[in-house]
Design a protein around this ligand. Structure first.
Ligand code: SPD
Length: 342
């Protein structure tokens, strides 16, 4: 099914959040405790619980367990295999940086975007905000997730997947890469974490990053990706090694970091190109965003964007020191599991 801007009527509106004790001055009784919970383990010892107001979807697709639920102050969220992927209240902290970073680093405003994954449509929405965009191809393996997000997450896709500039392909990205003759200025890997058995696992390898080369419109084309949780406490090797893997395929790579509270931990991202990645100054970024994007960003302006690159010294050192790459024979192992329970 192709999502349309009118899909909002297919799903109940996100319920108002009951006033939290901190917001009502203590006068109202606290909200009743939820009877259903998502429990996402960040490490074997630490977890993040989200109380469920409405469970709107719970379905085992051919690829993963998909669940969509209203979870209070963070709004409505998509979970895949028990891991929170995106939530309406903080998704802009993810979708703006993953799309606008490679677009800002491309030498001219980009025209053609490829989004790998991105079933919720948030990355496509941001790509369409560039006035220069003529085409967005979105390739996600799971048509059931694309359909469910179209129905339940209208504020995230904002009708993007029904825009005439967008082509949606529900297929394996590996096959798309092999078969397509199209080229792109920007490639955004908007994927699930590379956990064992995750459909995205093979897309975090040096072979995969190298296979993107023929799809790039020029040596200045830019590739961005979410690189998994970046806290060295939880996943000491993951972010540095994903960065090293991307850098093994491209001459230039820059790591950055976003914080969306629903991930429970800062999320690593990286951008790469075969042309040097010069970071424009704050004022230049402000100018480009004002001139080239429709509407206002929620998260990014020059100051906030430059701040994404100010990652902790220890993390930067770990990235610089990491020489091992992930490959088809030695894939990443992100930690993660999640369950729904009463
Ligand atoms: N650790 C969670 C990473 C989530 C990555 N997927 C986000 C999809 C948003 N479009």
């Amino acid at each position: 099914m192709t999502p349309s801007p009118n899909d909002a009527h297919l799903s109940p509106p996100i319920p108002p959040v009951p006033k939290l004790p901190s917001q009502n001055g203590g006068s109202d009784p606290p909200p009743a405790p939820p009877s259903l919970w998502f429990h996402e383990e960040l490490t074997p010892y630490n977890s993040f619980h989200h109380g469920v107001i409405n469970l709107l979807e719970s379905k085992q697709t051919p690829y993963q367990l998909m669940q969509i639920a209203d979870i209070g102050p963070y709004g409505r969220a998509l979970f895949l295999d028990g891991k929170l992927q995106t939530a309406t209240a903080d998704e802009a902290h993810y979708h703006e940086p993953i799309v606008h970073t490679p677009a800002l680093l491309h030498p001219r405003p980009p025209a053609r975007f490829l989004i790998l994954g991105g079933a919720d449509g948030g990355a496509a929405r941001e790509a369409l905000r560039w006035r220069s965009t003529t085409h967005v191809t979105l390739v996600d393996i799971d048509g059931a997730v694309i359909d469910a997000c179209a129905r339940h997450l209208p504020s995230i896709h904002a009708g993007a997947l029904a825009d005439p500039r967008v082509t949606v392909r529900a297929m394996d990205a590996l096959r798309f890469i092999r078969e397509t003759r199209e080229t792109f200025d920007v490639v955004v890997c908007d994927l699930t974490d590379p956990m064992e058995n995750s459909p995205s696992l093979g897309l975090f390898t040096v072979e995969f990053f190298s296979s993107l080369k023929p799809l790039l419109s020029s040596a200045a084309a830019c590739v961005s990706l979410q690189a998994g949780p970046s806290s060295l406490v939880e996943n000491a090797a993951l972010f540095p090694r994903v960065c090293a893997t991307l850098h093994a395929a491209f001459e230039h790579m820059r790591p950055f970091q976003v914080f969306a509270p629903t991930y429970g931990s800062p999320l690593g991202m990286a951008v790469a190109s075969d042309t040097p990645l010069r970071l424009p100054a704050e004022a230049e970024v402000d100018e480009v965003l004002d001139a080239q994007l429709t509407g206002e960003c929620k998260v990014l302006d020059g100051m906030a964007w430059r701040g994404l690159f100010g990652i902790a010294r220890a993390t930067r050192k770990a990235i610089e020191a990491e020489k091992r790459v992930y490959s088809a024979s030695e894939t990443a192992k992100a930690f993660g599991s999640g369950t729904l329970h009463t």
